[in-house]
Ligand binder design. Structure first.
Ligand code: NAD
Length: 275
């Protein structure tokens, strides 16, 4: 079973650097997939209210027989639940579905700047952190101006910002901002959501050189950059393969080769417009 390193967040909470994402996993497949993941050593689950599978995640945690404090659980606020009181109520509903009395990390899923409520929402998150229903709070898909506004208008720096990040879209500027402000980067779509990234011949050449798969090369690149990742798969062999990235290292020259894959193009929506 793979042992995953932990990263200390600005709240003092420790998060496993590698986890399991359940976006677009059919609720019926969540139990078997998480069962395989827990056996392989995954101890961190990334879900969201929007994924509509929190109840199945909660059931899988019960079925695992693991202690609550052995598993790190993240969920995210639905886009239509912004607002101070609404955010507090929405987390309560998530906890009921997850059958937990707290989550380890609660994220604002998207800033929705056109609605201009994320500062108020964040103040609700501060309350949830103060009363322990969220051990740590963070954001997702926030751009630098959104983070600057939280810094100017509230008292809490998000522990993490979960953003689209993979070799085609490496987010250098935002990662540098995170480093300067003590925000840990979480990478969503870490292997490019099953698109053409993994077929790039520069990656397949590296895979051959290291005797690994292209997915493992990309996941190792994230680990060496200090990103937190939680790739998704429902295929048992891939679930096991993905976490096996802690027994090799990429040479500096090979990290540079991967940096050349930057296309400047997102797969997902632009957070400035989305929602
Ligand atoms: P991902 O980059 O993890 O790609 C998943 C896809 O890659 C799978 O569906 C499968 O087709 C393929 N795949 C998985 N393992 C593979 C392997 N070993 N070899 C070849 N192909 C493989 O994309 P994702 O699921 O979108 O991102 C991971 C997690 O990030 C999600 O499950 C979710 O928890 C989170 N997420 C968050 C946001 C956000 O807005 N905050 C958005 C999308 C995803």
């Amino acid at each position: 079973m793979t042992q995953v390193p932990h990263i200390r967040l600005n709240s003092g909470v420790e998060i496993p650097q590698f986890g399991f994402g359940v976006f677009q996993i059919d609720p019926a497949d969540v139990g078997p997939a998480l069962g395989t993941a827990f056996e392989a050593g995954y101890r961190h689950v990334d879900t969201a209210q929007m994924y509509r599978n929190e109840a199945e995640v909660g059931q899988a945690i019960v079925d695992s027989g693991l202690r609550r404090d052995e598993i790190f659980v993240t969920t995210k606020l639905d886009n239509d639940r912004h607002g101070h009181d609404e955010a507090v109520t929405a987390l309560g509903e998530s906890l009921d579905r997850l059958r937990l009395d707290h989550v380890d990390l609660f994220l604002v899923h998207w800033p929705r700047p056109a609605h201009d409520r994320y500062v108020e929402t964040w103040k609700g998150f501060e309350k949830l952190a103060a009363d322990g229903r969220a051990r740590t709070i963070g954001v997702s898909n926030f751009q630098i101006p959104h983070l600057e506004r939280l810094a100017a208008e509230t008292g809490t720096v998000p522990a993490v910002n979960q953003i689209e990040l993979h070799p085609h879209f490496p987010q250098e500027e935002l990662r540098a901002y995170h480093r300067e402000h003590g925000i840990v980067t979480e990478a969503w779509g870490p292997i490019g959501q099953g698109g053409d990234l993994l077929g790039d011949e520069r990656l397949t050449a590296l895979a051959e050189k290291y005797g690994r798969t292209p997915a493992q090369i990309v996941l190792r690149w994230h680990i060496e950059l200090g990103n937190i990742v939680f790739p998704k798969s429902v295929t048992p062999a891939r679930i096991r393969e993905n976490i096996e990235v802690f027994d090799f290292e990429l040479a500096a020259a090979d990290m540079m080769t991967i940096a050349e894959l930057d296309t400047g193009r997102r797969i997902g929506p632009n957070p400035d417009d989305f929602g």
